[in-house]
Design a protein around this ligand. Sequence first.
Ligand code: GTQ
Length: 372
Amino acid sequence: MTPPRENHREDVIGRANVEDTPELLAYYDELDTLDTGALWTVANKIEPWEPASQSKPVLWRYNDLRAHVLRSVDLVTPEKAGRRVIYLNNPGRTDVSAAVGWIYAGLQVMHPGEVASAHRHSASAIRFIMEGSGAYTVVDGHKMTLGRNDFVLTPNGTWHEHGVSEDGSPCIWQDGLDIPFVNAMEANFYEVHPDLQQAVTYPVDDMTKTWGNPGLTPGGGDWDKGYSPLFKYEWEPTYDALTKYSAASEPSPFDGTLMEYVNPVTNGPVMQTMGASMQMLAPGQVTKAHRHTGSYLYQVAKGSGYSLINGQRFDWCERDIFCVPSWAWHEHGNTSQTEDACLFCLNDLPVIRALGLYREEAFGDNNGHQIT
Ligand code: GTQ
């Protein structure tokens, strides 16, 4: 960790530095009865020198969670539960049920033949498929079939339901939603579909076939919604793209080879509030530390390695999930000398960037590595 900067001391001129006296304390009590307060009693807290995330760096090991997630199948039905999900409860964010920052995440399990009813809400979601076969999601009449490491969007306001086909196997996927953020904006609406299920009104996987062709968009294709028409992003083309890009370029010292998933119409993020990326670490690759604003939830799509987050080491393997809170120092290492490692990342960068709040800093000392 770096020492506090000189201008970060609380006694510098211009920062609130008023000592309590009996008279002032009585005055504060009077203000309180009028639903008011003296700014200088809270100023240093509400205007910190730099972001002070309440989220803790956390690693959720799939090995620890999987049996508990599967157990929920014996305890509740999707009909009763609405969504049968075990959510990731960051110890610093339990008040808003967030996994990190303003991002919610959970592990949803479904057995073959099960369906979770259709609903829609102001929160946007992604699902990242972790295991099993036969999973599908229907979004506004478009049915998407889903395999391992695919991810699917259910953008705000779209009707969506999930299921697993009769001939599939038990499926577990990660849900990631901006529920805490939309609640913070006090803008969350929720509706159950009047028929509980929606009709599939387009050919299966039509959005991938229409919008998912590299370098080509449909002639006369027309899309002006705030989210990507490519509702599903498949693993194979993603891995193929990363393999080609890593062979053709130098990796970033901080991220290895990183590609962002984009809306093919705008080249911008997949949704207005949440973005996603996949990054590849070559065998043995170790990155340097940096930090930036925004909250990040990683899922290990392939391989094994470690991350140092604010000086704390987390060793991860395939299917583990970990978070990097805003402005936390982080660096990653692939511990295999033969296999690459791939990290899927869900983040709130679209919000951070749209509001002009993005900032980034490299760790300057110790050749760019945190001291642990
Ligand atoms: O599938 O729409 O994990 O609405 C939490 C809230 C999943 C969903 C969650 C949701 C969903």
